[in-house]
Design a protein around this ligand. Sequence first.
Ligand SMILES: NC(=O)c1ccc[n+]([C@@H]2O[C@H](COP(=O)([O-])OP(=O)(O)OC[C@H]3O[C@@H](n4cnc5c(N)ncnc54)[C@H](O)[C@@H]3O)[C@@H](O)[C@H]2O)c1
Length: 360
Amino acid sequence: MKKLKFGIIGCGGIANGKHIPAILQQQDAEISAYCDIIIQRAESANEKYSLGKAKVFADYKQLLEEKLDAVCICTPNNMHCEMTVNALLSGKHVMCEKPMAMNYTETLKMIDARDKSGKLFTIGYQNRYRRDSLLLKKECEKGTLGDIYLGKAIALRRRAVPTWGVFLDEEKQGGGPLIDIGTHALDLTLYMMNNYQPLYAVGTIYHKLNKDTQTANAWGDWDTEKFTVEDSAFGFVVMKNGATIVLESSWALNTLNAREAVCELCGTKAGAEMLTSGKLRFNGVNNNEQYETTYNFASGGVAFYEGKTINDNYLEAKTFIDAILGSGKLIVEPEQAAMITRILEGIYISAKQKKPYYFE
Ligand SMILES: NC(=O)c1ccc[n+]([C@@H]2O[C@H](COP(=O)([O-])OP(=O)(O)OC[C@H]3O[C@@H](n4cnc5c(N)ncnc54)[C@H](O)[C@@H]3O)[C@@H](O)[C@H]2O)c1
């Protein structure tokens, strides 16, 4: 069978760490083109992964002139909208990295381009494909938790500020930990609750540690002059059905309870929390007694699938490819990702204006 031809736009951390290896594991896809404004990055990806047989470009518009089925957009946040719109309108299916865009207005343009093009469009929220997430989603759909009226979205690092690329640059990224990692935690929380209707948000943002030196940071000291985005941000969101979402995000916080891309849900029938160990714990009351049940994914279970290691990155790419081939459905819909971007934007606006932000 003919393989789907993929192009990679932006050959940095997430392309090398997630998309390229995940596509190479698929039997129905291959990478035919690489693009990076730093052309050496596209060339070295081509050498490393495609034995120099793919095409390389510095200008993504030239890559879009190629006969490709799909592209993965792995560039800084400020390029997501423009590149997605042009890729869709040039007839490519698109997997764009998170966050979907810098703001809600951009997400609407992207969805409009998807509708005009008739192509598939999804966002790289790979945490949805983790085993704990897949199981929690199933239980939420079965109604195990009842009416979920509190969701905690947690993305807290003690000292792990991303110092490479443009992560600290407000103009190119649109914000710091809230838009960067808060986005994953909020995505998981709303996906589990199946609730995408916010009423209002109250937010706070902090620039408390970005002038620190000798930081004990995981990726080395940050440049205090370039660190223009917030280092922590917190949000309190009330949904139209009355449910509360509490979002905590930080790249650098004095906490011993650091955890990332996790959520905790409290419903009328039971509660559930994603643990740092990767385990998933439920709690509730049964037979007039309180109980806790923990799923431990490390013990037993399926480690291999079609001879390939199953992981969230592999499943993310497989889901996209299956949807293109008509043998499956997308899991991350752009309409959902757009609401995540909208809520994050509301939290930023509330923090800047120092008052609640109402979503119209
Ligand atoms: N899903 C996840 O968990 C996850 C993790 C990390 C990053 N990301 C997202 O991926 C995106 C990129 O992050 P990264 O860590 O790979 O950053 P990076 O800086 O390592 O890589 C970005 C690459 O894009 C290239 N680039 C910039 N502008 C370009 C342009 N106009 N045309 C072509 N190439 C261009 C840069 O030269 C660089 O090589 C961001 O949106 C980020 O939020 C997602």
